[in-house]
Design a protein around this ligand. Structure first.
Ligand code: LMR
Length: 389
């Protein structure tokens, strides 16, 4: 039977992991998949994560199932980190998920079950967004979010397009650190888009995967918090992969805000049912680590301090990269104002392939660069290679 299956291409982004690993050239540079690297090129385990793991090894008494909804204490603490005061007293349903992608998929399945037919995505976006929504049976409608040649957020175009969305349709927003462009919505723009969403009866799904890597832990949720104050219903997908460095532990959560407690209860039972028929129950380890850290003042403050040093390192590299690349592309001074791990360079795929073949610089064909993959000592050389294109 399997001979009826057509062979599928590898995921182009994830394929970079293997291609980079296999390259034996010294001085190779990985600007591919979105993982944080330090000045030694390592993706470190946070000190607080190590300490929490030690405590878990000593103190954990069982490995029994956690149930399809996961650990309510983890969910509450992560929600507090994500939404702060804006998230209190809302009718909220929460389910622990395998990573942020698991949360987006559960959100998509829930939307499909709720009767949402279409979801609006600003382009460019993380390539897996479209794939996940289509896999859940939703129709994807796109609008322009970011203009690569001028490196600007197309806010007016976005608002005009969303005026065409009908009540009952969904719209995806990135909480901060837009993937793949680093483009930022101002506080006024968050207020305006929140009002449009509320007035048009749209359902917002906010993807929060990089909190703490943009302007800081609180600032990176400010837009989301504005939205929460203005809409009756929302879905929020949260990932702990980057800001807790728990990539392979698949740690995340989906939160749904409903208009009433009864509706929130129904949403929770539906999310739990969808989880049950998909992966049954979420992995525990990463969530147990996050819960321990967020519940312990000393661990939490050490974790936040280490995350802040990562954020500052990325922001510093951004400044240097922007200054260097602007020598040829004036417009790329914008990289300094963008936030998070990514920027999207105005390169042709052929340029990307030349950088890979001639200089062992790895990035996806889109021209997205993971700035967090760059060491300070490499910036000047990498800039020269870009300028030589
Ligand atoms: C990325 O965009 O590189 C990360 O979010 C990793 C992934 O799963 O694609």
């Amino acid at each position: 039977m399997f001979d009826t299956l057509a062979r599928q291409p590898d995921d182009p982004l994830l394929a970079l992991i293997g291609l980079y690993k296999a390259d034996e050239r010294p001085g190779k540079v990985d600007l591919g998949v979105g993982v944080y690297r330090d000045e030694q090129g390592a993706t470190p385990i946070f000190r607080a994560v190590k300490e929490a793991e030690r405590r878990l090894v000593d103190g954990q008494t069982t490995k029994t199932y956690v149930g399809p909804e996961g650990d309510p204490v983890f969910l509450e603490r992560l929600w507090d980190l994500t939404a702060g005061r804006a998230g209190r007293d809302l009718a909220t349903a929460a389910v622990q998920t395998p990573g942020g992608s698991g949360a987006v998929r559960l959100a998509a399945d829930l939307m499909a079950r709720t009767g949402v037919r279409r979801i609006w995505l600003g382009l460019p976006t993380w390539p897996n967004h479209q794939a996940i929504f289509k896999a859940a049976g939703l129709e994807v409608v796109t609008f322009p979010f970011f203009d690569v040649p001028s490196q600007t957020v197309l806010f007016d175009g976005m608002m005009d397009a969303l005026k065409g969305a009908k009540a009952g349709e969904a719209v995806l927003l990135h909480a901060s650190c837009h993937n793949p462009t680093g483009g930022v919505l101002s506080p006024e723009q968050w207020t305006a888009v929140s009002a449009l969403i509320a007035n048009s009866g749209l359902l917002p799904l906010v993807d929060s995967a990089y909190q703490g890597f943009g302007k800081g832990l609180e600032a990176d949720s400010a837009g989301l918090r504005t939205l929460l104050g203005g809409v009756p219903e929302a879905l929020i997908a949260v990932s702990c992969s980057k800001n807790f460095g728990l990539y392979r532990e698949r740690t995340g959560a989906i939160y749904a805000i409903a208009a009433t407690r009864e509706a929130a209860h129904s949403v929770r039972t539906n999310l739990a049912g969808l989880a049950r028929t998909s992966y049954s129950m979420p992995p525990d380890h990463g969530a147990a680590v996050v819960s321990l850290i967020l519940g312990d003042a000393a661990l939490k403050s050490d974790w936040a301090a280490e995350l802040e040093t990562m954020r500052v390192r990325v922001a510093t590299i951004r400044q240097r990269l922007a200054a260097g690349l602007a020598r040829r592309w004036q417009v790329l001074t914008a990289i300094a104002e963008q936030e998070g791990m990514f920027s999207l360079l105005p390169l042709e795929e052929a340029d990307v392939m030349r950088l890979r073949a001639d200089h062992a610089i790895y990035m996806p064909g889109s021209g997205r660069i993971n700035i967090a993959g760059l060491k300070s000592a490499e910036v000047d050389t990498v800039v020269e290679k870009f300028l030589s294109l």
